[in-house]
Ligand binder design. Sequence first.
Ligand code: S3P
Length: 182
Amino acid sequence: MDRFEPLRRRTIALVGLMGVGKSSVGRRLANALDLPFRDADNEVETAAGRSISDIFGELGEAAFREGERRVIARLLEETPHVLATGGGAFNDPKTRALIKSKAISIWLKTDLEVLARRVARKDTRPLLIGKDPMEVLRAQAEARYPAYAEADITVETGDAAHHVTVDQLLRALSAFVEEQEA
Ligand code: S3P
């Protein structure tokens, strides 16, 4: 048996604020574990046939959350994979309950200053348009950290290179799974 086999039995869901690296680190984690990778935001866009910005703009955030929940519920029925969720997914009580019942959840936690710098490089996030990223992130942190704290595992990632974070995640996952099986 290879040492990662116990980590391939359940879907691993990454949660946390915008810019923490749920997608970029998630893709690399999936690679390291030889698991498929799914990005909930991309899957929502495919299912809706339009971009996240258009969904927010044309249908509103409530409709987005509804679609996000349906898409995540479907993904959680698939064979184990690494799942990057959108920043608000785990803050939604029903979506959080779904993830907690079917997956191992990991909160990627990084200083807000680092996140603000990262999200400033991209202009595709509807919640940031025309706003000060630091203010949005501060408000989201206050509102969402209690929900994120319900994840099975919390990993503080800082501004490390992706492969360092992936190693950190693999160690944390192994410890969690070992403890669960003890
Ligand atoms: C959101 C985060 C985004 C996306 C949507 C809403 C949020 O995902 O789901 O724009 O509420 O924080 P990322 O966390 O991948 O940017």
